[in-house]
Every structure is written in C-alpha cells, then in structure tokens.
Design a protein around this ligand. Structure first.
Ligand SMILES: Cc1cc2nc3c(=O)[nH]c(=O)nc-3n(C[C@H](O)[C@H](O)[C@H](O)COP(=O)(O)OP(=O)(O)OC[C@H]3O[C@@H](n4cnc5c(N)ncnc54)[C@H](O)[C@@H]3O)c2cc1C
Ligand code: SF4
Length: 324
C-alpha cells in the first residue's frame, strides 16, 4: 500500500478544504470499503481525512419535519434504533440486511451510500475498464451474472447499497457540504448513472461531503417493507431488492414510494408504480399486472436474465405485504 497523509479535522470546512486542495484525497468514514479498495490497489490515495471527529456528521435528530441521520451514524445504530424500527421499518430492514454485525458496527450510512461498485472487473486491477478510464466494459460479453438489467448505458454496474434503495422509496433528502455551504437535495438527484458520468455513482465532487440524510415525516408511520434477494443467505449483496412505502386512509392510498435495488447503476425509483397506487383504493389495485408491466425496459445481457423474474416477484411480494 502506498504511504499517505492522515488528518482528523473537527470541522466540515477544514475537511472539505483539505480534500479539495490536495489531489487524490479521500474521506474516511468506517473504512470498510475505502480500505478494501486501497488493499486491492483500485485506489492509491495520498491523503485520508477521517470524519470521525466532525460533530455535524454524527447523531440522529427527530423533529416535526422528520428524522435527520448524520452520515457517520453506523448501520448498526440504524438497525437497532427503536424509533426507526417502529416508524420506518423498511430502513431498519435494509440496514439489518447489510453484511455482518462486525461490519455494521463500523460501517456508516454515508459510507454505505457512497461505496464503490462491486463489479469484478472494477475491483480487479488487471482490468482497466471504462469506469477506471479504460476503453471498454468487460462485463458486456464477459461475466455479467450480477450486472444491471436497467439503466446501464456503457457501464452495467448495480448500485450496491441497500440503504440507498430504502431511502429512495422513503423520498429522503441528503444534505451536502459544497463550496463552504450546505445544500439539501432529493436523494434521487444524488445518484448519477453512467449516461451522466461513467466514472462515478453520485454527484459528489472533490471537497464535497455528505453531511446527513433527512427522512420526511410524510414517509413515516405508514407501512413499509424492504425485501432483498441474496445468492448466499449468510451475508451478501442484493441480486435484486425492493423497497415499498405506502400510507392509506380507509383503504385509499394517499402516499407511496417504491424503488428497486441490485438491478441498475443507481437505486431504481419506480415512480410509475407510485402513480398506479396513489389515489386508488386498495381493492382496485392489480398487484400482479403492475409488477409484470413495470420492467418492460429491462435489457438482459448474457447471464443476468434471472434478475428480471426475481425483481418482478419481489415487487409483487412487497406490494402484497403492505397492501393486504
Ligand atoms: C463483506 C462485506 C459485505 C457487504 N455487504 C453489503 C450488503 O449486503 N449491502 C450493502 O449495502 N453493503 C454491503 N457492504 C458494503 C458496506 O456496507 C460498505 O463497505 C459500508 O457501508 C461503507 O461504509 P464505511 O463507513 O465503512 O465507508 P468507507 O469505507 O469509509 O467509505 C466508502 C466510500 O464512501 C466515501 N464516503 C464515506 N462517507 C462519506 C461522506 N459522509 N461524504 C462523502 N463521501 C463519503 C469514502 O470516501 C469512500 O469512497 C459489504 C461490505 C463488506 C466488506
Ligand atoms: S460494468 Fe462498469 S465497472 Fe464493470 S466492467 Fe463494465 S464499465 Fe467496468
């Protein structure tokens, strides 16, 4: 591993300036992905900025507008929080589905949202693929069993984050520190697909820091669920997943949020499904028809066709769980 400089600032300003002014700097949260990438030789930072002492990125705050979760809050804190478990069940289920207890104890929400893809070719230094500045995507025509069936123009990674899928369905916002200012944006606008920039998965530029995630009150206290299909049951990334949030009044659906994971380079917001739920009575909803129609744009590569059936089935199951 290459030698690097290490800083542990206490303020966002200092962390951001250091990251912006020194090339090849990376923010270090729990390190469960970043340090793996360093060991794999995928990245060779000359500077690591630890976020562990930056107070603005820590803690959870409940108030009238919802819940704010600092980006340095660990996945275990989210999975075991009683308020999240009872009011935002899908987020608790997504968090508990991630990795192992040991990893969840140090891995943070911010790191989970900003982790890099697991595509074998990306993680292997011998393949200089498109995402790393090379000329081709090795997954196309190569080993594509775990790659995307939706949204993959030029690069076919699937976004690896379970929490991201749940948060898209919860219509969360993220707060970012950029150019010495705090900016809040919908989480949908945080992630970027390969058609925007093949080299990255989100809008963060050098010096930008994800401060926190806000879950609006409107997305709480309804019914929500996160279902995840894994190849290896002990611990694994999603080969397909679905997050559903629904609110109802006397059988009329008043609010809905739906997203799919493990199938596209970004958490896949199924807003067309939301349109088929909001304003309708539960008994008028044809869950099977909705689930089979919504992935009509899927593009199968060589070995990943099973994902289409899987994500349709999981969407149907998740909708049945919250609507029946
Ligand atoms: C064995 C194993 C199994 C796993 N299984 C799953 C799984 O099933 N589901 C799943 O979702 N994930 C899984 N993961 C990924 C794991 O959840 C991530 O490694 C972890 O969440 C990253 O968090 P971290 O705090 O360790 O981030 P780090 O490793 O410190 O950082 C990851 C990246 O995010 C950037 N970053 C971190 N925080 C911020 C911030 N606040 N602002 C800007 N950039 C930031 C870093 O610079 C770095 O590029 C698994 C990982 C392992 C090792
Ligand atoms: S899917 Fe993306 S990361 Fe994987 S080989 Fe293709 S370009 Fe590289």
């Amino acid at each position: 591993m290459k030698t690097f400089t290490f800083h542990k600032p206490t303020e966002l300003e200092e962390a951001s300036k250091l990251l912006k002014n020194i090339g090849q700097g990376h923010l270090l949260a729990g390190g469960t992905d970043l340090v793996t990438e360093m060991k794999q030789g995928v990245i060779e930072p000359n500077l690591l900025i630890s976020a562990s002492d930056i107070k603005d990125m820590s803690g959870m705050v409940w108030n009238n507008s919802g819940l704010t979760i600092g980006s340095m809050v660990t996945l275990d804190e989210i999975a075991s929080d009683a308020g999240i478990g009872s009011r935002i069940k899908s987020l608790a289920e997504a968090a508990i589905s991630i990795a192992t207890p040991q990893i969840r104890n140090i891995a943070t929400l911010g790191g989970n949202l900003c982790q890099r893809p697991r595509c074998w070719y990306y993680r292997n230094v011998r393949f200089n693929c498109l995402k790393k500045g090379g000329e081709k995507c090795f997954a196309v025509g190569g080993s594509d069993k775990y790659n995307a069936i939706l949204g993959g123009s030029s690069c076919y990674i699937v976004h690896p984050s379970d929490s991201a899928t749940a948060l898209v369905a919860l219509k969360a916002k993220v707060e970012i520190f950029r150019d010495l200012q705090r900016v809040s944006i919908p989480i949908d606008d945080f992630f970027v697909g390969p058609e925007v920039d093949v080299a990255r998965e989100n809008i963060l530029e050098p010096g930008d820091i994800l401060i926190s995630v806000q879950i609006p009150k409107e997305s709480m206290d309804g019914k929500s669920v996160y279902l995840k299909a894994k190849e290896r049951q002990s611990m694994d990334f999603a080969i397909a997943s679905v997050a559903v949030m629904v609110k109802m009044e006397k059988g009329l659906i008043t609010e809905a949020g739906i997203a799919a994971g493990g199938v596209a380079p970004i958490p896949w917001h199924l807003s067309s499904v939301e349109g088929k739920l909001i304003g309708y009575f539960v008994e008028d909803i044809d869950v099977k028809a909705i689930s089979s129609e919504v992935f009509a744009d899927a593009r199968i590569l060589g070995q990943n066709g099973y994902k289409l059936q899987l994500v349709q089935t999981y969407l149907e199951r998740a909708l049945n769980l919250v609507l029946r």
